[in-house]
Design a protein around this ligand. Structure first.
Ligand SMILES: Nc1ncnc2c1ncn2[C@@H]1O[C@H](COP(=O)(O)OP(=O)(O)OP(=O)(O)O)[C@@H](O)[C@H]1O
Ligand SMILES: C[C@@](O)(CCO)CC(=O)[O-]
Ligand SMILES: [Mg+2]
Length: 327
């Protein structure tokens, strides 16, 4: 059996705009998805998802036919549940030239799903690493990032940037602009996450921004302004200027709100963090619901979030300098 894990992430800046070629700076955090893979004698896949909100289920099916897994939940739920794993295994089979490889797969994750912390990228990256190593092939983290990006593209109907998957494969803080992906230096950041218990539909939210951009020139300008914030943010990050980072995160949140991807509970948490003295706060990831990220070296923001209506969980998140790794 081979086991790999990969981290989730928060966006300091740049989500959504990164889809249109602006830069973004996501940061890996110490919350991981762990995928265990064991080769089978046949070409089937048996997938056990222990912590999906669909109550944990096990499906066994042949990944190479259009056979529907035999489980007692709706097909769309099953597809939502196994889509990324399926695409990851397809990439692993392709990378190892083993189109008929069968696996038993178990996924465990402490990253909330669909909440802006990159659970899909972490699961995809860890699954590709574990499945390829299980058949004796070791890919570089850049190759894993590229394969995971292609897997996300397939599941998300051609709408994905390289940001989440590169960050999860590499760890630490990264900068992504189109195909240009690189690690950047980051000081320790006092990251606090607030989670409203909900999720957003990444595809729908990205499509919404695309439609606004097509309809209004100033929506396109807004996307470009996010790019300007990111470029300024990179300088603040390099200088370790957390106060400037906070101000820029506040600005970035305002523009994301203007693009229609925030929500009442995300805005509530952002304001609770600011009122508690956070250096800055913004939504992270696709939005619509899920998580905010704030910077606060004191305990005030975490405490305030715990008492904020609509906030289900608040926790400190350490920057994770390690990307995908063997467990
Ligand atoms: N623990 C898990 N087990 C199996 N599949 C998972 C798990 N966590 C995430 N996934 C897959 O990832 C999907 C959620 O991905 P989605 O891109 O919508 O959200 P996210 O990656 O958490 O947030 P964002 O992309 O905004 O950062 C789930 O529907 C599921 O297919
Ligand atoms: C909204 C988005 O920018 C980030 C989702 O975590 C989409 C993407 O980059 O693929
Ligand atoms: Mg995702």
């Amino acid at each position: 059996m081979t086991v790999s894990s990969a981290p989730g992430k928060v966006y300091l800046f740049g989500e959504h705009a990164v889809v249109y070629g602006e830069p973004a700076v996501p940061c890996a955090i110490e919350r991981r998805a762990t995928v265990a893979v064991e080769s089978r004698d046949d070409d089937r896949l048996r997938v056990h998802l222990s912590d999906l909100s669909i109550d944990g289920f096990t499906v066994e099916y042949s990944g190479s036919t259009d056979e529907t897994p035999d489980v007692n939940v709706s097909e769309s739920l099953v597809q939502a549940g196994i889509g990324y794993i399926d695409a990851a295994i397809e990439q692993a089979r392709d990378a190892t030239d083993r189109p008929d490889a069968g696996f038993d797969i178990t996924v465990e994750s402490d990253i909330p799903l669909g909440a802006g912390l990159g659970s899909s990228a972490a699961v995809t990256v860890a699954a590709i690493d574990a499945a390829t190593r299980e058949v004796g092939v070791s890919l570089s983290s850049d190759e894993i990032a590229d394969r995971a990006y292609r897997a996300e593209l397939t599941v998300q109907d051609g709408e994905a940037s390289r940001a989440d998957t590169f960050c999860s494969a590499t760890g630490g803080a990264v900068r992504v602009e189109g195909d240009d992906c690189r690690a950047v230096k980051s000081p320790e950041l006092p990251i606090v996450v607030g989670f409203d218990g909900g999720a957003g539909d990444t595809g729908k939210l990205v499509a919404g921004v695309r439609a606004l951009r097509e309809e209004y020139e100033f929506a396109g300008d807004t996307v470009q302004s996010i790019g300007d914030i990111v470029r300024q943010g990179e300088r603040a990050l390099a200088e370790g200027d957390t106060e400037e980072l906070g101000r820029l995160m506040n600005f970035n949140h305002g523009l994301l709100e203007a693009l229609g991807v925030s929500s009442r509970s995300l805005d509530n948490m952002v304001w609770a963090a600011r009122d508690a003295g956070a250096l800055g706060a913004k939504l992270t990831g696709a939005g619509g619901g899920g998580c905010i990220v704030a910077l606060d070296p004191t305990d005030e923001t975490e405490t305030a979030l715990r008492f904020t209506p609509g906030c289900e969980d608040a926790f400190r998140a350490e920057l994770d300098t390690e990307g995908v790794r063997e467990e």
